[in-house]
Ligand binder design. Sequence first.
Ligand SMILES: [Zn+2]
Ligand SMILES: [Zn+2]
Length: 286
Amino acid sequence: MIYSRLFILAILSCTACASILLVDSNITYNDRIAAFGPRLLGGVEDGPGLQGNLLPPILEKDRYGCEVIEPPTTEWIAFVERGECSFIDKVRAMQASGALAVVVGDRHFNGWITMYAPGDTSDVRVPSVFVAQHQYQILLMLTDKQHPLRIELLKDDMLTWPLLDMLLVVVLSPAVMMLSIYITWRLRQRQFRKQELAPSDIVTKLPLRTFRREKSIDVDHEECAICLEDYIDEDTLRTLPCRHEFHAGCVDAWLTSHKKFCPICKYDICKRAPGGSNEQTPLLGA
Ligand SMILES: [Zn+2]
Ligand SMILES: [Zn+2]
């Protein structure tokens, strides 16, 4: 179950997978679409993606994209560095600076994240993507203050919705089947266990007597076979239909929570008392 859940999470997180196409060289680099802002539509099915000129802010101090600046080029896709302010702050600042889209790169770590923003982000009109350290460094080398890099932001076609649906079905069906098998097995176990025990209303209707040594008729059974203690005067004993006697407390617990059979002769105490009737057995009457 845990594995299938992780797999579903992995698939769902990969719906944020997208790519950056370098228009001149036709090379693509992976990126991740942010959880906020408009979706990217480009791809084999959707036609062309969002094209623009990738360029970092001209001044070094603006490289994080936290402040509104003059757009350094036309059809600008802002290329900013992770850090200093939140992702949503960068995207808002770059949107206000005239960027068509925002590419955020990680200078220090090569891990992938999906950029997330709390609260209302309905004001965000430009898409934004994240690139890990490796992609960030390559793209940074390719961009030049005088010559921006022509790129196209694409949605990844590898995982489109029908495929995702299919994967979910393939993963979920066995998981649901396993869960139903497990629930059925547990229910059967419980039912089986219940059948092994005596209902307390049948047990409490079995006759009781108070033990007195001088009146003892059966010298062989002067100890309780469950707790192995000798009976002492005034002990309350429960007599089973098979005539075996035990401490009432001991045998009641045995029959209702362990087994419905006499601990000595394995007599089924429910056998002669269908539906909890309190009829006396021929043995007791003898
Ligand atoms: Zn006992
Ligand atoms: Zn018995």
